[in-house]
Design a protein around this ligand. Sequence first.
Ligand SMILES: CC(=O)SCCNC(=O)CCNC(=O)[C@H](O)C(C)(C)COP(=O)(O)OP(=O)(O)OC[C@H]1O[C@@H](n2cnc3c(N)ncnc32)[C@H](O)[C@@H]1OP(=O)(O)O
Length: 439
Amino acid sequence: MDDDLVARQRDGAVDAGSAARLDARGLQLRLVPHQRPAFDGWLQATARGFLDSERTEEQLAASFDRSASHRRIGVYDPTAPQDDVPVGTFETWVAELALPGDVVVPALAVSSVTVSPTHAGRGIARAMMEGELRHASRLGIPLAALTVSESTLYGRYGFGQAAAATTWTIETRRAGWIGPEVSGRVDYITRELARTLAPGLHARILRSRPGELAMPGSQWGQFTGTEPDAEKPGSVRAVQYANAAGEVRGLALYTVTENHDDYTKSTARVRYLLAADDEAYAGLWRFLLSLPLISTLTASELSTDEPLLWMIADQRAVRMSVTDHHYVRILDVPAVLGARRYPGAGQLVLEVTDPLGLSEGRWLLESSDDGTAGIVEADGVDTGEVPTMTLGTTELSALCLGGVSPATLAAAGRIRTTDAAASSRLFGWHVSPRLSFWY
Ligand SMILES: CC(=O)SCCNC(=O)CCNC(=O)[C@H](O)C(C)(C)COP(=O)(O)OP(=O)(O)OC[C@H]1O[C@@H](n2cnc3c(N)ncnc32)[C@H](O)[C@@H]1OP(=O)(O)O
């Protein structure tokens, strides 16, 4: 990651257009310095917005210590009784996001969007979002991404649902293992060791799964229960998988809920599973499915095409639900579509409209047999019989990771294409996108 870009994104001035809009309503848009007590007011407002209880001194200190690298903005009402507590909060940082084909690009990760109910419906969230997207666009950051509390919030700004997630409930005794028998071993490790191993393992899988985002360091602490303010840290169990050569290739974190009426009907919840290769994946799931006294295993933020389903003899032992998860917003069409890889050679004209005017245009995309692509402005270029796709940024963003096909969006009336089959061949990818956490 480019440290200079990270610093310019974090420290850049608030967007002048959004500041002026809010100022006209008597509100102030400010960059929140990484200092206490300014940080405390911002975090208390964010916690309240997400229905959390008031943060304790221990939680404030722990959050402050782990959050220096992020940009925070707040909207303040100087006439409010608590004028040091913002009525709007917004957090961003630059993180690598994986695109199809083992490539990553810098993305603006967006989080902590809240507006106090006392100030709702006055355009505060819109002003913060538009301003931060413009700031990122000016810095050349090619896309933005977020996970959502409500599905209906972000399409209006050009975010498209690009990587769905699945939630699983598995009847372990019914499932039956028909996956590979692996030659490595599973061992319990301390949560601290899991915290140390996790970032390296995640860095290895990041590029292989479109949609995955580099996880903020602090979140590993939350998954492993090693942060000073972690809730019930002792409930988190950690195991590692090492192959026959002794190399650690995966780890799993889980919690259990005892059933006091019948211990054999207890439940385990997979908190996080990281596997750097197929063998570690099989070894860890095999272990989790055979935990003694556990009759139900649950897991979430899995992809829509997990090999796990094909390692289970009785697929009806699995109940699976699909939910929208990772939303992406293209800010620079040539940068994103020129960086990702394609299944093979093809050509497509893209006519893109953008509600915020950041990524509008008409482009000719040409991919080669090796999957790389070039993209040029199509105006003035003879595009002859090349298939054309006409769509909004929201829909292009939904398509860019290969999680949904142009044919599906055309059938849904969301895009127009002169050749649904050719467009779908070009935009498809052989694995479904996935994001393994919330942020
Ligand atoms: C990435 C994340 O952090 S996801 C978390 C989002 N935050 C939350 O869920 C916390 C609880 N909710 C809130 O804090 C606020 O209600 C927010 C942030 C969702 C909205 O803040 P507001 O300042 O009231 O929104 P604002 O007035 O700017 O409205 C912007 C647009 O969103 C729409 N909108 C606002 N709330 C909702 C909603 N709950 N569902 C659907 N649309 C909504 C408005 O109608 C408006 O539409 P328009 O501009 O296209 O006409």
